[in-house]
Design a protein around this ligand. Structure first.
Ligand code: GLU
Length: 379
């Protein structure tokens, strides 16, 4: 592949490409995507496929009911997952392997490492990992919720060089191309700020999938901060994949950070959800990053949630700023107790006996922005 030095890529294919009209899977769009996967593998580029489509593929078994209940959707996913895997397999003369994940699997560091090991073992043996969210067992709390974000978490876990997200449009536009004739395609994004999120608009639930441009930008943010170049391309067009093969960007490319985040801090920021909160004084007299060990119980205003030692927590200031995500060295129970303890002038005696509340190595400082409801859900 010209101009590319990819060794490993993650490719995300959505439901609209797999089962566009909910009458089961069709090869209409999968053919050229499968050809791209084959070409990559022929060039020794390892591919990890994140494939949606289980619910859309299974819908026809249930008479395509209008507003299926959650239980029926889960049943559709169970039935459709088989059909979706079979559909991919028809194109390949090499084995594929199904991995179904929940956010709970990625949240727990041991399970996360176990998923990584499995992906690496499959790739080493020439087997194509096909990954989807385990919709049948997930509850809202355990869900990633959309496969755009899931694909970025998978790309990070698998140390991919590139993430390619298929969309129903050519890439990111400065306004919604479905409603604005003069919308312009943004070819390259070097910095994902509020302006880029503003272009993406809100989350959408389209005909057969979940997500929209917003979740694709979230995915790009997760991936690029891990050093993974991210593309949003039109999955319906064969030319997208031909151009990618020739080293040409067919859609929008998001350049990777020059200095990717450290692996464990990236996981904490972008994959692990906070299990609780430490609310600290608004005017700490030391920054939280490399001086986090100086945080004393005197500076903790409140402890929220129910977490154990080792869990990821959000540290936020009294005035609502999200300061950092960190690994708690103590449970919420013990921290509440330390917090209530009548501490000495230099901080809690108990804390001095037991060690820092947060270790310098396990804290990821967040860009400070006003929290909103959506942020809350993501953290
Ligand atoms: N996991 C869902 C499915 O396979 C799709 C999620 C999404 O569309 O992002 O049907």
């Amino acid at each position: 592949m010209k101009n590319h030095k990819w060794k490993r890529i993650t490719l995300k294919v959505g439901s609209a490409l797999i089962a566009p009209d909910r009458k089961g899977c069709t090869s209409r769009y999968l053919l050229h995507i499968a050809k791209f996967i084959l070409q990559c593998r022929d060039m020794d580029i390892q591919v990890i496929l994140v494939s949606s489509g289980s619910v859309a593929a299974g819908a026809h078994f249930f008479g395509n009911i209008e507003n299926p209940s959650l239980a029926i959707k889960k049943a559709m996913a169970a039935a459709g997952q088989n059909e979706m895997m079979t559909s991919w397999d028809r194109f390949f003369d090499f084995p594929s392997a199904q991995i179904l994940l929940t956010h709970g699997d990625l949240q727990d560091r041991e399970r996360y490492d176990s998923v990584r090991e499995t992906i690496f073992a499959l790739l080493e043996h020439g087997i194509l990992p096909v990954i989807n969210e385990n919709d049948t067992v997930t509850t809202d709390e355990l869900k990633v919720g959309d496969n755009d974000n899931l694909s970025a978490m998978v790309a990070a876990a698998a140390d991919a060089d590139a993430l390619i997200i298929c969309s129903d449009v050519d890439g990111l536009y400065d306004k919604n191309p479905h409603t604005h004739d003069d919308a312009k395609l943004i070819k390259e994004v070097c910095n994902i700020g509020h302006d880029i999120f503003a272009m993406a608009g809100g989350a959408q639930v389209s005909g057969v999938g979940t997500g929209g441009m917003k979740t694709k930008i979230e995915a790009a943010e997760k991936a690029t901060s891990h050093g993974i170049r991210t593309y949003i391309v039109n999955g319906f067009k064969e030319s997208s994949f031909e151009l990618l093969m020739s080293g040409i960007n067919p859609g929008t490319v998001f350049t990777a950070y020059d200095l990717p985040m450290q692996e464990n801090l990236h996981w904490m920021t972008h994959t692990s959800k906070a299990q609780g909160e430490l609310v600290v004084e608004s005017n700490l007299d030391h920054p939280l990053d490399e001086h986090s060990e100086q945080l004393t119980s005197n500076e903790i205003v409140e402890v929220h949630g129910d977490f154990s030692a080792g869990d990821t927590i959000l540290v936020r200031s009294e005035d609502g700023k999200h300061l950092a995500k960190a690994e708690a060295n103590y449970s919420s129970c013990l921290l509440s107790f330390i917090n209530d303890y009548d501490s000495g002038e230099d901080g809690s005696e108990l804390q001095h006996q037991t060690g820092p509340i947060i270790s310098d190595k396990n804290i990821a400082v967040l860009e400070q922005e006003e929290p909103d409801d959506d942020d809350q859900n993501k953290k």
